[in-house]
Design a binder for this molecule. Sequence first.
Ligand code: ADP
Length: 324
Amino acid sequence: LGPLDKDQMQGLRGIREFLKVRTSYDVLPLSFRLVVLDNDLLIKKSLNIFIQNGIVSAPLWDTRNSNFAGLLTSTDFINVIQYYCQYPDEIGNIDQFRLSSLRDIERAIGVEPLETVSVHPMRPLYEACRRMLKTRARRIPLIDNDDETGREMVVSVITQYRILKFIAVNNEKYTMLLKKPLRELGLGTYTDLATATMGSSVLDVIHLMVKYNISAIPILDQDNKLLNLFEAVDVIPCIKGGAYDELSSPVGDALSKRAEDFAGIYTCSEDDRLDAIFDTIRKSRVHRLVVVDDDNRLKGIISLSDILKYVLLFGEEDDNVRAG
Ligand code: ADP
């Protein structure tokens, strides 16, 4: 092993130890706002609430039984769109669907319900991360029990971004050791990439996301140069106000509906290193990085789950083999 490899491993071990001695509770800011939606709310109203509050997910609460009823995310809206595609005559009824009917929609279109894993906020952060990777959950609700009533309590929701940012902010001495170029890490996806062009319809792009089970599609020109990225959250403004018939319009039109404060998309090259990516995560709300070459041609895509997986698991199996 070269000195780069040793440093890299030392950095990863440092971060893993850190995650074992911190809890999900530590990730939460001192004061925060949590939007929880009543499970009886109309789906179309929840869309407006998302847009007005600039959020892309919310825990659901079943008031009748006083319990947590799952997380509402853009996947649910994509399910509603699939339902619309399979049952276009139902368009009049879709307007009247409530959040509590999301499970029926899943059944009608034949998708597996998303596994709702949760963690107790005082459990080690490492455990929350492992659980996220195992279930492919992109966010995990923190559920506590009220001492007096014994009832469930939704404390917050932590996302992969929040965890990686927490790592980045508190572990600069370890992240700066991660100096191996991306091309040597096998981090991210570089083959069989799902892509679209500006002329593809929003529906085409959504179907690609469903087929590949992914949450972003790079939009390329005829030379494979990166123009934009359509993300699962971009479907939210598309169906606002029940505009389902507009889903057949080009994805370029939909991308122009992004909020004014849209941060843009982040790119990197295969020569970049994780230390630089952690710097970016420290400073900006990045949800994935598109890997491009010097001519801005698409090479690959790195999701936050790819980064989390690498940070938690790289080299672990080897250790187990040696230990066992
Ligand atoms: P996350 O799970 O962090 O939300 P994604 O769902 O986008 O991220 O990615 C899941 C996996 O699919 C990752 O390993 C990622 O590298 C890969 N991936 C992401 N986008 C694409 C794409 N457009 N084509 C092929 N693979 C992709």
